[in-house]
Design a protein around this ligand. Sequence first.
Ligand code: ADP
Ligand code: ADP
Length: 542
Amino acid sequence: TCGICVEKCPFDAIEIINLPSELDEDPTHRYGENAFSLYGLPVPESGSVTGILGPNGIGKTTAVRALAGEMVPNLGNYDEEPTWEAVLDRFRGTELQNYVEQVRDGEVSIARKPQYVDQIPKQFDGSARDLLEATDERGALDSYIDRLDIGPVVDNDIETLSGGELQRVALAATLARDRDFYFLDEISPYLDIGQRVTAARLIRELAEEEDRAVLVVEHDLAILDLLADTLHVAYGEPGAYGVITDPKSVRNGINEYLKGYLSNENMRIRPEAITFEEHAPRETTKAEPLVEYPELAKSYGDGEFSLDVEAGTIYNGEVLGIVGPNGIGKSTLAQLFTGDLTPDVGELDFALDISYKPQYIEIDQPMRVDAFLSSITDQFGSSYWNTEIANPLQLNRIMERNLTDLSGGERQRVAIAACLSQNADLYLLDEPSAHLDVEQRVQATSAIRRYAENHDATVMVIDHDIYMMDLLADRLMVFDGEPSIEGHASKPQEMRDGMNDFLSDLDITFRRDERTQRPRINKPDSQLDREQKRAGEYYYAE
Ligand code: ADP
Ligand code: ADP
């Protein structure tokens, strides 16, 4: 495709034009001979939210250190002392000129939210309130605590907070600062969709109402779409070089990314396009049931939390998506199915082998990745296993590393591979998107899908990334209720009914992008939002 059409060129006229390769021009920064090089820089702008879309290891942190004035980029001359005057010369006449002048004059102050919020307890002792009060430079704290729903845990020790709670505390702590430039390295990990949308709104308000410059890296595309005004796509070869494109409109940037082809740059970044079904998949004739389970109930302690589950059937060979807010009982249901928990009401007597990937991954044996995976499957290393599992999950580069040295995203990919490599009747994956960058999500999604199709395997996936769910699931199980108090799980439903059930609870509707049919969150109370709610169609248009 030439990038103009989504589908293959109808005239068969154009071959792939350009595959990414390191650029001829001088980089913005090079760490040393044969070391990582960064090309381009994002453009922060007061009053607006600038997004970066691209893989990890592509130079985002390097770029932000330059934009924060913590490091003078060397323009590729790594053996000379870099100066801001040289940087200014390079960017004179571009959209960055003003910004670089301010950095040179020491006029830019920055607040940043780190990517891995799990590390916060290691760096800070005390309650969430202690942490937050030290950062409240704008007197905005009470409002953030309220809107991010941190109140119930704010006086607890930081060490006791869950991932989702830490993420919201870290967001409040960053946004409450009084700075010129805010850098947020991922906002969505561990948050459910409602919380992601709230976080996006708070960030937009900070930019618009307080006239601040905000730069965000985000891998959940539906949220990035809602959050950013302009977008830089980042591509290249992680660890070797990274190119940050000129700014694009968010809509175009995401469309081009999904298409796999950047028009202005004339650059193909992926061999095939990612496409969404505009209409709900038609009800298919079902295969054999894998399990039929009765109505179930489970509560903890003396009933602080209780879950009830409608009776339902899971069919052989389907991918069943599981959606719902945090704290509503999704993991509890997973543990009922694995037999780790026993229901109070109802009986699960199936003799199923279940391969389970939990949300929080603990693989801490001092063992190499290859040794670990070959202990799980005797298919390890076969060309079939490499094609189906190792390649799409990008495991080859980390095979010789120790499990204990892996980053969050690397650990996630090993855990997904381990789960799919077992011989089982049912594969249950709890939040496979966590810590994966956008390209890894795409790859992991197709690996899981293909695995299900080729093996007639039955897969249940719990996740909050709606694009991933759309690409993965055949049917949906929807949880609702009151988080931490009571949860209700629907029986598995067709995609249309499931999406309507789920999104009406959240009060969010999606429209379709005209060019790519990609789902986009509607502005609340926009004409489309109101029409779709009236018609009861929250996701699939008529
Ligand atoms: P991202 O934030 O996109 O994950 P980074 O900017 O942190 O990427 O890093 C990009 C690449 O630069 C990585 O391969 C990293 O190892 C390398 N890198 C980062 N800092 C240095 C340094 N001081 N010296 C040499 N290489 C570095
Ligand atoms: P989800 O997976 O939807 O986020 P969970 O099933 O993990 O939800 O938890 C639902 C509720 O049950 C939460 O309020 C959680 O704190 C509580 N809970 C989970 N496990 C236990 C347990 N072992 N003892 C007491 N309460 C628990």
